[in-house]
Design a protein around this ligand. Structure first.
Ligand SMILES: C[S@@+](CC[C@H](N)C(=O)[O-])C[C@H]1O[C@@H](n2cnc3c(N)ncnc32)[C@H](O)[C@@H]1O
Length: 216
């Protein structure tokens, strides 16, 4: 990592050719510097998506605390949602495909004080393949903008069924304009296995946030 001076402000940037930029976000009272890596290498996970920002806004409105709660996030991308959830007191595991870990680890390092670093873990979890390596006792599962391909729907379903129990609360948020048909049909499949409630609808960004619990 190097330190650069830009506009009279000190910026820490990683010594990495794939690093593209840092953006500042304010969520739930926290100021975050989120680093984003190459889209060519990381694909969709290299930016912060509207569903993550909408869910963070919902957490702020609801004055959510995750103190003492065990949380896992699927398809974390930059990790912004899980990072804020850890800052709100949660014991959080943020996950994505292996190539995303470097970006998430950097964002954790920059945004989580060293005293809280033990409350957040960064792990590889490819849906439908690695999920059995994780337990089934999470209080919360967070998913934002992960439903956009037909072939991933059964993988997401299998992963959620394994990670959840009857007490687990799943926040599942999707930007519908990202692909209405696939997202809507994916939601309908999930709703056969999970009770669902639409708790927030952001008309500007076309984001829907559902709370889901396992049908037992
Ligand atoms: C559209 S991005 C959303 C990122 C983040 N949740 C957000 O809202 O900003 C979708 C994320 O899902 C991840 N992803 C896609 N397919 C995956 C799979 N099979 N297993 C695990 N993660 C996957 C991508 O790497 C990417 O980070």
């Amino acid at each position: 990592m190097t330190t650069q001076l830009k506009n009279n402000r000190t910026q820490v940037i990683p010594e990495d050719d794939d690093f593209i930029c840092q953006r500042r976000y304010i969520a739930c009272g926290f100021v975050l510097n989120i680093g984003m890596y190459s889209f060519i290498k990381l694909g969709f996970g290299s930016k912060v998506w509207d569903a993550a920002l909408t869910l963070l806004q919902y957490f702020e409105e609801q004055k959510m605390s995750f103190s003492e709660k065990k949380v896992i996030e699927l398809g974390s991308g930059t990790g912004i949602l899980g990072i804020v959830t850890a800052l709100l007191g949660g014991n959080v595991t943020i996950t994505d495909k292996p190539e995303l870990l470097k970006q998430m680890e950097w964002n954790v390092l920059v945004n989580i004080p060293s005293t809280c670093q033990s409350r957040i873990k960064v792990r590889a979890l490819s849906w439908g393949y690695d999920h059995m390596l994780f337990p089934s006792d999470y209080d919360y599962i967070l998913c934002t903008d992960i439903m956009y391909a037909y072939d991933s729907v059964p993988l997401i379903l299998r992963t959620l069924l394994h990670l959840s129990n009857e007490k687990t609360i799943i926040y599942f948020a999707s930007t519908m304009s990202f692909g209405y048909s696939v997202i809507n049909s994916g939601h309908q499949i999930l709703f056969k296995y999970f009770n669902s409630q639409l708790v927030c609808r952001n008309e500007v960004n076309d984001v829907r946030v559902y709370i889901m619990t396992k049908i037992t």
